[in-house]
Design a protein around this ligand. Structure first.
Ligand SMILES: [Zn+2]
Length: 271
């Protein structure tokens, strides 16, 4: 059976996050995703989240998520709302993250191929800053998430690789200073390009994504007890296997374009 393309645009995520944060969405953001907002509201019992923790694991396709769903069961305990999105074309890392955090199509934000210039249009980070809130990005040094949202009055943490990124994010959660933390990891993307989407090495990377997300969620639960937190597991695009065997992405096919995100509300602890 031929897999259909998902229909809910990933560009609707940005306004949805802003809605929960009580922040006016960035200028070109697509309308928010009611399906996700409603599901989160009933799961968390709140329309607002004064903290957002976004975990951005690179290249987890929807079908890969399903194939290894057992690995992600602990993630779904933390973030039980699964939202299927169609990402933007071309499904390349900087193109997709620029759309995820501006809510705009590539033609609008200007990154239409694999390049990492600073995004000049309004983004969720600008929206947060305008609202007097503090966003930050924790990324592997020189990767897309490290570079494309620079030149804003906010904090950037550039780390060596995934483990260091997660350690840094755990410390930031403990410090309890930022309203929005975006955490970027890439080891599955690296592994599948060098082998294939189901290689042992790739599967180890998926395990690392899952365990990292769980650690972040547990840290939020311990350290952000005075906040309602929206937590997300949010890949940028999918992956397919080329005829020569290696993993790749960038094509207008469901394997590359269909992604599943997980979201949950971790409510404030009662007195
Ligand atoms: Zn990517």
């Amino acid at each position: 059976m031929k897999t259909p393309f998902f229909t809910q645009p990933m560009t609707s995520l940005c306004a949805t996050l802003c809605k929960f944060a009580g922040v006016e969405p960035p200028q070109y953001a697509a309308p928010s995703c009611d399906e996700l907002a409603n599901a989160l509201e009933s799961q968390g019992g709140t329309k607002r989240a004064d903290r957002i923790l976004m975990y951005n694991p690179d290249a987890v396709a929807d079908y890969i998520y399903d194939r290894y769903i057992d690995k992600f069961a602990p993630c779904e305990t933390i973030a039980p709302v699964r939202q299927r999105f169609i990402t933007v074309y071309p499904p390349k890392t900087p193109v997709c993250f620029a759309s995820m955090y501006t809510g705009a199509q590539p033609e609008k934000h200007g990154i239409t191929k694999y390049e990492k210039p600073v995004v000049r249009i309004d983004s969720i980070f600008d929206a947060y800053i305008r609202a007097g809130k503090k966003p930050c990005i924790v990324s592997v040094k020189n990767q897309s998430m490290d570079k494309i949202f620079r030149e804003r009055d906010m904090a950037y943490f550039s780390e060596e690789y995934d483990e260091e990124v997660v350690d840094c994010a755990l410390e930031l959660i403990e410090k309890d200073e930022y309203d929005l933390i975006c955490v970027y990891n890439q080891s599955y993307d690296d592994a599948m390009h060098r082998s294939h989407p189901n290689s042992k090495r790739s599967l180890r990377a998926l395990d690392l994504y899952a365990s990292s997300f769980v650690r972040l969620g547990e840290k939020v639960n311990t350290c952000w007890q005075n906040h309602d937190t929206l937590i997300g597991f949010a890949p940028d695009h999918g992956v397919h296997r080329m005829l020569i065997g290696l993993g790749n992405h960038g094509s207008n096919i469901p394997q590359d374009m269909n992604i599943s995100h997980l979201y949950g509300i971790i409510p404030k602890h009662k007195e």
